[in-house]
Design a protein around this ligand. Structure first.
Ligand code: TYD
Length: 211
């Protein structure tokens, strides 16, 4: 039997990596093989692209980074490598894949945030990853002030290139995520990320249980 593909999405500081870890632990406790991974990255090739996108090696060190189109292509290229060498093989052998960010981040950031058209992002995804979609996309939502406070505590004010963009950019990203969830209610689970990690985890488990 093929496995299941679960993705956590949302803005910075909503708790995606903590919730990915807690969900993976809960699934392993049920005897399932679970692969946890993240984007951009997850494979050596995709991590190399991540360093160009978010690190200090790219074309600009002033927080602007690549142009929106180059950025979208790089995210899609990283995803192509990740899907081909890690995600599809894991699903084929029956493992559950829990991934921190995926396609909807490209749609929300490069689309909603930077203004590229959604059909264009989807075309890159079709070319790069043969259109592979998650079985369930858990969208974590949190009040922006609370999310900013969590990011500040975690990173001590050191933001990456994309994380450091203006509040208006991140507001467009958040609005785009909500539009996607509304448009595809069967693929998305909308989860409030307020409260303690264990409380949020219980909400996530309830949503994923159906799978
Ligand atoms: P990361 O350090 O993983 O951030 P976070 O902890 O907020 O998840 O950095 C990922 C950054 O890359 C984040 O700002 C979102 C951005 N991103 C895109 O713009 N497009 C994408 O397709 C993906 C996967 C991430």
């Amino acid at each position: 039997m093929s496995g299941r593909f679960i993705v956590f999405e949302g803005g910075e500081g909503v708790g995606k990596s903590t919730q990915s870890r807690l969900l993976a632990e809960a699934l392993r406790a049920r005897g399932l093989e679970v692969v946890t991974t993240r984007e951009p990255g997850g494979t050596p090739g995709a991590e190399a692209i991540r360093a160009m996108l978010l690190g200090k090696e790219g074309p600009a060190k002033d927080g602007l980074g690549w142009g929106a189109r180059a950025e979208a292509l790089l995210f899609a290229a990283a995803r192509a490598d990740h899907v081909e060498t890690l995600i599809r093989p894991a699903l084929a052998r029956g493992a559950w894949v829990v991934c921190d960010r995926y396609l909807d981040s490209s749609r929300a950031y490069q689309g909603g945030g930077s203004g590229l058209q959604d059909p264009d992002i989807m075309a890159l995804h079709r070319i790069g990853s043969e259109g592979l979609l998650p079985d369930c996309t858990v969208l974590l939502t949190l009040d922006p002030a609370e999310a900013a406070a969590r990011v500040h505590k975690r990173d001590a004010g050191a933001l990456d290139r994309i994380g450091g963009r203006a509040a208006a950019y991140h507001a467009r990203v958040a609005a785009a995520f909500l539009r996607f969830a509304e448009a595809e209610p069967d693929r998305f689970a909308l989860i409030a990320a307020e409260g303690a990690a264990e409380e949020v985890h219980a909400r996530v488990l309830a949503a994923v249980n159906a799978l």
